[in-house]
Design a protein around this ligand. Structure first.
Ligand SMILES: Cc1cc2nc3c(=O)[nH]c(=O)nc-3n(C[C@H](O)[C@H](O)[C@H](O)COP(=O)(O)O)c2cc1C
Length: 225
C-alpha cells in the first residue's frame, strides 16, 4: 500500500504513522513552573541528538485547545529540565503523570513518586528511576501543524549531568539493560520493554582497520589526536 500524508488516505482502521518509528524511548520530563511548582510528564517523541557534548530532543505538541503544554512553558520560562528513564516497573506511575492535570498540579504527588534533588539544575529527579539526565534548554524549533494538536515545539536541551544508580551498573561496566527493563512506546496504546540483547560488531566490509566500535560506544577520547 501507499498513501500520501496530506490526503491521509491510508484506508486502515487506525492511523499507521506512529507505529513506524518504533520503539521510542519515553522522555519522562520533570520541570518547575515560574512559581517553583514541580511538573512531570512523559514524551515519547524524545531522543538523543548527539553525544559530545550530549544533547536531547523532546517534541511537544499543542493541546486540542491550541495551547502549549505545561512542560513547554516551564522549560522556556526556567531554562531547565530533567529526563528520568522509564522502566517496566514504573509504567503505571508514568501513565498517571500523562493525565491532563491543570498547571500547578504536582504529578510526583499524583503518582506517588519520590522527589530527589538535582545537582546542577532546579527541577527534581524521580528517585525511583534508575537513570536521570539533568538538562539546560538550548533552543526551541516550532513546527506548524494542520490540526490543533499538530503544532509541535521541538525542545533541544544540553545534558549537563547524568545520574546512574550503582545497582544497574554491571561488573563489565555497562548499564544492565535487562535489569533496568527500559519501557518504550510503540503505536496505538502499545508499549514494549527491553528483554533481549544481542551484539553486532562493526563490519570491516570497507577494508578499514579502525576500531569503529569506540565511535559507536561514544568513547570520544579515543578520537582526540
Ligand atoms: C507514553 C506517552 C508518551 C507521550 N508522548 C508525547 C509526545 O511525544 N508529545 C506530546 O506532545 N505528548 C505526549 N504525550 C502526552 C503528554 O504526556 C500529556 O499531554 C501530558 O498531559 C502533558 O503534560 P504537561 O502539560 O504537564 O506537560 C505522551 C503520553 C504518554 C502516556
Amino acid at each position: 500500500m501507499f498513501y500520501e500524508t496530506e490526503k491521509n488516505d491510508h484506508g486502515l482502521a487506525r492511523p499507521p504513522f506512529k507505529s513506524i518509528a518504533v520503539p521510542r524511548p519515553i522522555g519522562w520530563i520533570s520541570t518547575l513552573d515560574a512559581d517553583g511548582k514541580p511538573n512531570l510528564a512523559p514524551y515519547s517523541q524524545f531522543t538523543n541528538l548527539t553525544f559530545d557534548p550530549p544533547y536531547v530532543l523532546i517534541s511537544i505538541n499543542t493541546t486540542p485547545e491550541y495551547k502549549r503544554k505545561d512542560t513547554t512553558n516551564n522549560i522556556e520560562r526556567t531554562g531547565e529540565f530533567v529526563h528520568n528513564m522509564v522502566t517496566y516497573e514504573l509504567m503505571e506511575k508514568m501513565n498517571i503523570t500523562a493525565a491532563p492535570f491543570p498547571p500547578g498540579v504536582d504529578e510526583f504527588e499524583a503518582a506517588g513518586l519520590t522527589k530527589a534533588e538535582s545537582v546542577l539544575v532546579k527541577p527534581y529527579r524521580v528517585a525511583e528511576s534508575p537513570v536521570q539526565l539533568e538538562c539546560k534548554h538550548v533552543q526551541t524549533i516550532r513546527l506548524p501543524g494542520t490540526s490543533s494538536v499538530g503544532s509541535a515545539d521541538i525542545i533541544i536541551g544540553k545534558v549537563v549531568g547524568v545520574h546512574i544508580k550503582d545497582e544497574v551498573i554491571g561488573p563489565d561496566g555497562k548499564l544492565d539493560m535487562l535489569k533496568i527493563k527500559p519501557l518504550a512506546r510503540m503505536g496505538y496504546s502499545d508499549y514494549t520493554y527491553v528483554d533481549k540483547i544481542f551484539t553486532i560488531t562493526p563490519s570491516d566490509a570497507a577494508g578499514d582497520e579502525g576500531d569503529r566500535s569506540l565511535g559507536l560506544e561514544g568513547a570520544t577520547g579515543a578520537f582526540n589526536k
